[in-house]
Design a protein around this ligand. Structure first.
Ligand code: KMH
Ligand code: ZN
Length: 274
């Protein structure tokens, strides 16, 4: 069996608490979710946080408290989002690293994002990447489009390997404006990955969740699941808790003769020391 890294992305920046009261938006809810998801087999958490009004925020004090609380209550790899929401300015997104995460997301290019634009100009990517290298934070390269794979090659060629020496990427598929969440697109993306890539995962937004999950499992890839990416288990069946999505991923993996990796294996996969 080849071990499976399950990352949970429990909150995101796009869903309103009033539309989805079960979305973990407070620190207490986030920590409780993290504990449950770790028990279910997740080994990394991709974190977006909210303010007292449940609106997305990059407040540094809150981010630091969140990292500390997750480290205290779990052994999950804590990955802070540097993508934030489409409304967050680039300078605030760079400051996220000051909160001391183990890992951070690093999106490899600007992409249309529904009716909005998720801005990731090259100078921002380069600055954020060099900051991760200086701080010893391991980036997860987020690929929303095939062009982002080429941008990753350019980045690694110019600035070398990440802190820890491993290159982990995540295909985020099915965003309106990005690559479709199809088996064909994932196969094409994986085939184009630079040789330096040591591990990859995939997630499909909305109804592309299942095709992307099953294709990734079949190809030996890892998985990201969570309410950032999907809010239903099936048509008309809402997700009540992130744990359900982790459990479903672990069950599907078992059918594919894959099992969640241990905590030590997950940290080593990303070149991180606990
Ligand atoms: N919320 C999206 C605009 C990331 O976390 O780095 C960006 C996003 C990617 O979710
Ligand atoms: Zn995110």
């Amino acid at each position: 069996m080849s071990g499976l890294l399950v990352t949970v992305a429990p909150t995101g920046a796009e869903t309103a608490k009033e539309d989805c009261p079960q979305l973990p938006t407070t620190l207490e809810e986030l920590v409780a979710t993290a504990v449950e998801c770790e028990e279910a087999g997740a080994r990394m958490i991709h974190v977006h946080i909210r303010d007292d009004d449940h609106a997305p925020t990059l407040d540094l004090g809150r981010l630091t408290d969140t990292v500390d609380a997750l480290h205290e209550k779990t052994e999950l790899i804590v990955q802070l989002s540097t993508g934030g929401s489409v409304h967050d300015p680039l300078d605030k997104r760079l400051k996220v690293l000051d909160a001391g995460p183990d890992s951070c997301s690093l999106t490899m290019g600007t992409t249309n994002f529904g009716d909005d634009v998720f801005s990731n100009p090259w100078p921002f990517i380069a600055e954020l990447y060099q900051l991760t290298q200086e701080r010893g934070v391991v980036p997860e390269f987020e690929l929303f489009d095939l062009g982002h794979v080429a941008a990753l090659q350019r980045l690694l060629g110019k600035y070398g390997l990440p802190a820890g020496g491993k290159v982990h990427v995540d295909f985020v598929m099915g965003v309106p404006g990005g690559m479709p969440g199809t088996s064909a697109a994932l196969v094409a993306g994986v085939a184009a990955l630079p040789d330096e890539v040591t591990s990859w995962s995939a997630t499909g937004i909305g109804r592309s969740t299942l095709p992307v999950m099953l294709t990734s499992l079949a190809m030996g890839g890892h998985l990201r699941v969570g309410m950032e990416d999907v809010l239903t288990l099936a048509k008309g069946v809402p997700v009540d808790a992130n744990r359900q999505l982790v459990e479903r991923a672990v069950e599907a993996a078992a059918v594919a003769q894959r099992e969640p990796m241990s905590t030590d294996e997950a940290w080593a996969l990303l070149g991180l020391k606990r």
